[in-house]
Design a protein around this ligand. Structure first.
Ligand SMILES: Nc1ncnc2c1ncn2[C@@H]1O[C@H](COP(=O)(O)OP(=O)(O)OP(=O)(O)O)[C@@H](O)[C@H]1O
Length: 302
């Protein structure tokens, strides 16, 4: 039986359809990413799976227990790191951890093995109030607190939002170690670059899952030839490209434009359609799509 199973789950808030018939399953030892922008419905799904919110329709089970009938059992067996860290700001690092251990009827010592690698990094600051920690340290403490009762399933809602790049990388390394211990991990993120660090991902937008697969397969399913283009006037170039009949989509991506074409074209062929005098430093190269390209492609179809 999967660690998490969701079948046709929907939830509305008034007129807002936050989740629209979501289905997914996550195995033990799997790191599963829920990838989507703000407002996609990620937190709503987390709240349903951690038994804090009821779905309107559909069924879901976590660690083999139904989220409605066996909510007490689920609360004992899962760890949850909500979007905004759930730490007590006035309590010290050590007091926070002891508090979470106590409410789950355990001790720091009993499960120290599971959090050792993470907690060791913040232990030098154990007398510091949680409110005075950096973002990266808060994140490590929140993860330690979510793990202290040895959960079978871990829910992490945007754990890396607002955390510096080095801490983000360290955090993903920690998740890899945890899944190797057999814990199922459902993690949400708005950062597309983090998607490739998951075993499988679901792309979610406006309450709907657009696609579920491994990051590699998701990227492979991108349907068009793709080029990165840069010039001294990307704004105008974007408008020009969007008017070409070979263009399927043209979108800004940092300092480049990503151009998807209906059929495969040589770089020279594309250049020959542009008034190159207007773009003295034009640069164009075929590229492999990444998850963000696919996400935007799928979003266009919704
Ligand atoms: N309590 C609520 N009352 C009304 N609407 C809500 C409530 N909670 C969420 N929503 C709406 O439901 C939709 C999904 O929100 P949700 O918080 O699940 O998304 P999210 O992907 O987690 O994004 P975020 O990171 O912004 O929280 C959004 O349109 C949001 O405005």
């Amino acid at each position: 039986m999967p660690a998490i199973e969701v079948n046709n789950t929907s939830r509305t808030y008034g007129k807002v359809q936050a989740l629209n018939s979501i289905s997914l399953s996550v195995e033990y030892g799997e790191l599963f990413g829920l990838i989507g922008p703000d407002g996609a419905g990620k937190s709503t799904l987390f709240r349903i799976l951690t038994t804090l919110l009821l779905a309107d329709t559909g069924t879901a089970s976590v660690a083999g227990h139904d989220v409605v009938q066996s909510y007490r059992q689920i609360r004992k067996e899962v760890g949850y790191m909500p979007g905004r860290f759930s730490l007590y700001q006035d309590l010290t690092v050590e007091e926070n951890l002891r508090f979470f251990a106590t409410i789950f009827n355990t001790t720091i010592e009993e499960n120290y093995n599971l959090i050792k690698d993470i907690y060791e990094q913040i232990e030098p600051f154990k007398k510091r109030p949680a409110g005075k920690l950096s973002g990266g340290m808060k994140q490590k403490l929140a993860l330690s607190c979510a793990l202290i009762h040895k959960p079978k399933v871990l829910f992490l809602d945007e754990p890396t939002t607002g955390v510096d790049a080095v801490s983000r990388q360290e955090f993903w390394d920690m998740l890899k170690n945890l899944k190797e211990k057999g814990i199922a991990i459902l993690v949400s993120t708005p950062y597309m670059d983090e998607a490739s660090l998951c075993d499988r991902i679901a792309l979610i937008q406006s309450g709907k899952i657009l696609q579920t697969d491994t990051p590699e397969e998701i990227v492979k399913s991108y349907p068009s030839p793709l080029y990165a283009i840069r010039s001294n006037n990307n704004y105008e170039l974007l408008k020009v490209l969007r008017d070409k009949n070979y263009t399927k989509s043209a979108l800004p991506f940092g300092e480049y434009l990503h151009l998807a074409t209906h059929t495969s074209m040589g770089v020279d062929e594309i250049i020959s359609t542009l008034n190159t005098g207007n773009y003295p430093d034009l640069e164009i190269k075929p590229i492999k799509p990444d998850i963000e390209d696919l996400f935007l492609e799928l979003s266009r179809e919704v």
